[in-house]
Design a protein around this ligand. Structure first.
Ligand SMILES: Cc1cc2nc3c(=O)[nH]c(=O)nc-3n(C[C@H](O)[C@H](O)[C@H](O)COP(=O)(O)O)c2cc1C
Length: 160
């Protein structure tokens, strides 16, 4: 979701979201993630300038998620672990009555984001998560049907 109230997210909720990320599975349990919690309006505005998604400027909380390259085992597995970590945080946010949006487009400007946040080169930006109380309105979403993506025993035999 991409429309948030201005209301601040409580510190204990931020902590619960970070905890959910911290407990994600990872290859060899290397936990190759680092998080930066961003609530400062000025910093949020600067980060928003690095993406075409202008709604980011009005979000009360951003969490930047980095891959710590000094903890890498295998890039594919480490990136998968970061995906699990981010999804954990999105689900935790939802369970706390918050809305969130995974911003990947900003990776085009990941070096600029590192500069804004004083982040060293061995941390690679994986995503910025926008979090806040959702503006209440009806939202729809769609997905491919199971018959388009799931098979029985061998590829090509439809699940149903
Ligand atoms: C890796 C990844 C990158 C994404 N990047 C963006 C993004 O830059 N901007 C955005 O608004 N949504 C982004 N999303 C959210 C997707 O657009 C969204 O999950 C998808 O359209 C399905 O919508 P739903 O999750 O609300 O059902 C991203 C999601 C993923 C997993």
């Amino acid at each position: 979701m991409r429309e948030f109230e201005q209301r601040k997210v409580e510190r204990d909720k931020i902590e619960k979201i970070l905890e959910a990320g911290r407990w994600a599975p990872s290859a060899k349990n290397r936990q190759p993630w680092k998080f930066i919690v961003i609530e400062n309006k000025n910093t949020i505005r600067k980060i928003a300038e690095c993406t075409i998604y202008k709604f980011v400027a009005d979000v009360p909380l951003l969490i930047a998620v980095f891959l710590d390259k000094s903890e890498m085992v295998d890039r594919t597995k480490d990136v998968q672990a970061i995906g699990a970590c981010i999804q954990n945080m999105l689900l935790a946010a939802h369970s706390l009555g918050l809305g969130s949006c995974w911003i990947g487009e900003i990776l085009r400007r990941k070096e600029d984001v590192n500069r804004i946040l004083d982040v060293p080169d061995d941390l690679e930006l994986m995503a910025v998560i926008a979090i806040g109380y959702p503006v209440k309105k009806k939202r729809t979403s769609k997905r491919k049907s199971l018959s388009e993506i799931a098979y029985r025993e061998k590829f090509g035999i439809p699940w149903r």
